[in-house]
Design a protein around this ligand. Structure first.
Ligand SMILES: NC(=O)c1ccc[n+]([C@@H]2O[C@H](COP(=O)([O-])OP(=O)(O)OC[C@H]3O[C@@H](n4cnc5c(N)ncnc54)[C@H](OP(=O)(O)O)[C@@H]3O)[C@@H](O)[C@H]2O)c1
Length: 263
């Protein structure tokens, strides 16, 4: 299937590794020129070079902390200068910590708000004027299955990301006339460093090896395995494409079936 996005330009945040990186790579493989952003310059530049080499498409990295308004503004200015246009925005960031509701103080709530909601609002506002010029802009927010189903310890993620869902739904309504689509994707358990460091913490603490811990987690997933970053990236790439031109305002999970709700 020709996705019709060759030579488009995408911004992918939080993309030196994990889901962001897989997304940048999948887009670049379709011929999309990509600007990636995350904090650690060395890792970012290495990732940009590796993806460029593998896909033969231009990929550049500019360091940015998505919680810093000034850095984000400079990042978008540089991104626009790089290729002269922006067609696709992939909002992504690191994830908030896991824990029971009563374990988080106000500072931690504030930090989660800035990392996972305010960053999305801020970047989207800056990119929108550029998407309006394209006649087929795309915004895709990486959120979490925790907006669809209770996930142990995910109160910060669930609460804050519900704001992203609300904003995306409003925005889909408002920018529809500009042919800009706005969608959210919800990873279930997908193997990245975040899962290795936080997602299986309890199992590792109980003495299981990483392999045993992941196998334990997989028992509750209908497909009986942890997902791969490229499996989320495939959906994002489709949503970013011309083929998804009539899909907007949706929130779709890529979770091996772990969200058990029917609607
Ligand atoms: N993997 C899953 O199964 C899963 C499931 C549900 C939801 N999610 C969510 O999906 C998102 C990505 O997760 P992941 O698994 O890909 O995580 P990851 O492997 O830990 O990668 C996180 C990426 O985000 C960057 N980053 C972190 N904080 C940042 C900041 N303040 N500004 C800019 N970049 C930042 C990191 O680079 P630097 O540290 O260099 O900045 C890195 O490139 C997170 O919000 C996570 O909660 C993941």
């Amino acid at each position: 299937m020709d996705l019709g996005i060759q030579n488009k330009v995408a911004v992918v945040l939080a993309a030196s590794k994990g889901l962001g990186r897989a997304t940048a790579e999948a887009l670049a493989a379709e011929g999309v020129r990509v600007i990636i952003g995350s904090r650690n310059r060395e890792e970012l530049e290495k990732t940009a070079q590796e993806i460029s080499k593998k896909t033969g498409t231009e990929v550049v990295g500019f360091p940015v902390d998505v919680t810093d308004a000034m850095q984000v503004e400079n990042f978008i200015v540089k991104a626009v200068q790089q290729f002269g246009q922006l067609d696709i925005l992939i909002n992504n960031a690191g994830g908030p910590p896991f824990g029971p509701v009563e374990s988080f103080d106000e500072n931690q709530w504030q930090a989660a708000f800035e990392l996972n909601l305010l960053s999305t609002v801020r970047i989207t506002r800056l990119v929108l004027p550029h998407l309006k010029k394209t006649g087929s802009g795309r915004i895709i927010n990486i959120v979490s299955m925790s907006v669809k189903s209770v996930l142990d310890g995910s109160v910060l993620s669930t609460s804050i990301r519900m704001g992203v869902i609300g904003m995306a739904k409003m925005l889909a309504d408002e920018v529809g006339p500009d042919q800009i689509t706005v969608n959210n994707v919800c990873p279930g358990m997908i193997l990245t460093d975040r899962i290795r460091s936080s997602g299986i913490k309890k199992e590792l603490a109980a003495g299981l090896t990483e392999e045993e811990a992941l196998a334990e987690k997989a028992k509750n997933i209908p497909l009986r395995r942890i997902g791969k970053p490229e499996e989320l990236a495939a959906l994002i790439t489709f949503l970013a494409s011309e083929k998804a031109s009539y899909i907007t305002g949706t929130t779709i999970q890529v979770d091996g079936g772990v969200v058990r709700s029917i609607f």
